[in-house]
Design a protein around this ligand. Sequence first.
Ligand code: IVH
Length: 785
Amino acid sequence: MARTPKDASVKVPSGARNGAPADAGDEQLTGLKELERQLRHHDERYYRQAEPEISDATYDELRDRYAALAQALAIPEAERYGRKPGDDHTAGFETVRHRVPMLSLEKAATEPALLGSLQDEGRDLPLARVPAERAQRGATALGKLEQWERRVRRDLGLDPEAPLPVVIEPKIDGISVSLVYEGGRLARAATRGNGIEGDVITAQVAAAEAVPLTVRARGSFEIRGELYLPRAEFDRLNGLLVEAGERPLVNPRNGCAGLMKRKDAEALRGKGVRSFLYSIAWHEGVKLPGPHWERLAWVREHGFAVHSGIARVDGIAAAYDHCLAYAAKRPTLDHDIDGMVVKLDDTSAWAGLGETEHHPKWGIAYKFPPERVATRLKDVTVQVGKTGRLTPVAELEPVFVAGTTVSRASLHNFAEVKAKDVRIGDMVLIEKAGEIIPQVVRVDLAKRPKGAREIPWPRCCPVCETEVVVERHTDPSGKEAVGHYCPNPACPAQVRERLRHFSSRGAMDIQGLGSAVVDKLVERGIATRPDALYRLQAEQLATLEMEVASNGVRRTFGPRNAENLLRALHDSKARGLARVLAGLSIHDLGEKLSEDLAARFASWDDLLAFARDYLADEPKAALAVRKNLKREPLLAYATRLGLELPDGATKDQIAGAIKAADIHAFGGIDETTAEVVFREITSPTVESVVGGLAAAGVSLRSVREATAAIAGVAGKTFVLTGTLPTLARGDAEKLIKAAGGKCSGSVSAKTDYVVAGDEAGSKLAKAKELGVAVIDEAGLRTLLG
Ligand code: IVH
């Protein structure tokens, strides 16, 4: 599990992309892929692990460079990385297609540079201080809200003086939920997912008692809103977790998202998850009032929770005023809100206003500026990560920021410390990135005390004293990044971090194996690798001496804790391949990629064989990962596969022959990541650890829905359109998925079959245009056998 450096020595195979202009150099495409890999990596660190390696500003720069390069290379929007915001799909959850897509709202926020000193207090511009000059005004939240109002008035043919009632609602920082009620009962609850398909969480929502299970309205309707964990419940749960030696939840939103994805739904009972509902997506056999304001009243009268902070005002200026006034109430609420939502009251105009690919035009979200507070930097310590990365950590005078007390903040890396000229003793401004992770934004130079100390770059690992390796890495746009690493895989800090990571919630989720126990196991040399955990004996654990308590009493782990931990270890053996992979601390192999790999390979052995084939450039494996190859390399692989091709075959013909030979690219991994991950997977250390896990009885098989793969359907992508004669769309999808196939909502060159019924429209036309096979219900039934 030694870290694989991501420097220039990593082989980056080059390739071209369909649709790129002829002069688009391979180098630029490689650069784009490298940027994509970095974004993927940082997204994983931030969203899944809540341990970012770079600051928000550096991340934004990376994103901007990616967008500029993708634009220059004319990469179609649909093929760019990160087009869809945060897909919440979790492996093992049934998915369902939303009858109406769950889009998001356009955002209005003031650019930080304009906020100046106000931003240091986390306040937006009061109306009187919004600049009059057009360009500057356009960079403020009010300017953006005004643009929205102008567009709405234009599209509705309203003159500037005509009344424009809008409803303002607090923007709850929870997780979006869709609830379908049929005949007075909750029939289905689902997450937003990717907006098109979400995960079914009916049992979780019901057990949490977060929404009414029965309503008096008899028809069918879908109501949408937000699930959230009140702050008090969050504190209570965290108290329990810390007491049990577990890692605490990072914030109420993440806590709520984690709870709703618990497979054992009953565990949600009494956890305190609650909801606010705010829109009806569709309704049949239910009579609803027209204006949104009255609909919210209807929603409340039918037993749903509607936020008390809603208001109806005329026009955007009044709406902005309300937003500013409501911001001051944030500390008094029992839940987090990250802005306000402005919606046109007249719902009969909603459909006519239309929507973009991402946003409907009937509403806009006002975002609060991030809260910033000043505090003293007492010291800087160095943390050693599971891959040996050294991170400077700011030790702060404790301060309350955005809902929690902060006493430590990441300084990301030493180059950033230098760039920001941070010194010990400084007054620094703290902000929470994405409302989760505290970071030092800047130093208040006016308040620098005499004798503030510069922070030197470390020469030795603070734990094992091995000489530090400094890695300078130039990214594709020429920007230099510096990383400091402890190169000793046996460093006790690395060993400890790897074990902690292995037992963490996103990996093997071993209850009772908290940091304190891990520290002791490592200190005593009892367990230094994940597989050794499964060889622990009850006696050995029971007598493990823990830290001396503050009253000086010595205590041992004890027989009861030992028994519980052994049970938890035993239970964790069945978590399956994805969790094992995520727990191995392999560079670039996070939760998401682990899930993708486990979805593709039935077992560790299959994955290992594939990794070896890929590294040996075996055509089948290479083609499964390397997308968008040019004609020549494609032809070389086809020839090595012994495929019959006409003389002078075009690129499309070669690709067609490869597809016909049943070789399909799989998503989720790019070439650079594949190189890094597969090299480490095949390394002797990883093989030895995995061998130990297998010997201990840890399952290395994918835990998948019981699918009986049917050749001809398994691995193929289907798009359903129109009305099928006997099968309901949902049933057809279930049959396809049960046979190992995939269903998608849109037709592309990657679609294998379009199943068309009566009144099939644009999807059928697109299929014909792209030459995708079109079958009817009978054809589907034949395929399904
Ligand atoms: S209306 C087309 N109202 O904020 C989406 N959204 O982009 C219409 N949210 O993720 C959403 N509070 O889940 C609406 N009162 C509220 C909201 C709200 C929170 C979330 C929503 C979505 C995002 C808006």
